[in-house]
Design a protein around this ligand. Sequence first.
Ligand SMILES: Nc1ncnc2c1ncn2[C@@H]1O[C@H](COP(=O)(O)OP(=O)(O)OP(=O)(O)O)[C@@H](O)[C@H]1O
Ligand SMILES: [Mg+2]
Length: 254
Amino acid sequence: MKTIGLLSGKGGVGKTSTAINLAAGLNSYGKQTIIIDANLTTPNIGIHLGSPSNSITLHHVLQGKNSIHEALYRHHSGLYFIPGSLALENMEKLKVNNLKAIKELKTDYIILDGAAGLGKEALATLEHCDELLIVTNPELPAMTDALKTIRIAEELGKEVKGIIVTRTKKDKFDISLRNIEAMLEKPIIGVIPEDPTLREALALKGSIVYTHPHSNAARSYLRLAAAICGQKGEEEMKLNWIDKFFKVFKRVPQ
Ligand SMILES: Nc1ncnc2c1ncn2[C@@H]1O[C@H](COP(=O)(O)OP(=O)(O)OP(=O)(O)O)[C@@H](O)[C@H]1O
Ligand SMILES: [Mg+2]
């Protein structure tokens, strides 16, 4: 089992979108993956994937009230996830160190969807992951915060495996991939283009890998998943498989 943490420094760069769609990609390669909403102050995995609002959440686990297994949900697509609580009162008496309970889960991959910033909750993701991926956008403010996150991770002895650049527009305002690698001194392992299907998938409470498998962003997330689990070049085969398997759920034509 490998625990992958997603951090960025800057907020709103695409960590949660990456957590969901990378997990769906890994699933489609036969790797069982659990997404954990480690964004404790503003969690939204449950909203993205439609978990019941009064359910047991990661917050209950961190408060010591429930076991990690009781907070585990299965999306109809087969994705497993542990949501955070939306209720303000559940923010109290959290023992972030209880996040170590994730080690009790049996799965191929855990993805920790981290919080923005570099505060206590983001550091909890850093502490409890095996390896860290930095999600960033090809813009200077995002890159500056990504660099700060990398420096802190290295100071704490955590391996930064690579960079995922999301929301690329390939226009003259994007910082080039070569410059991003030069600045951050880490390899880019995924590039996800700006794609409107992300918003549509949110409305459908699903992953674009299932709702819009032929979209540019879904293909990019499949490539990223393949790179992470070591199965390169099988993206087309996966798409055929996903088409067959999920045709019952397909509601939005491409
Ligand atoms: N490739 C993309 N193309 C278009 N929109 C995107 C893409 N990736 C993410 N978005 C949109 O950007 C917004 C922020 O994305 P997301 O919630 O994944 O970021 P985040 O880093 O998790 O934010 P936070 O730091 O607040 O947790 C969302 O509205 C999402 O739909
Ligand atoms: Mg998020």
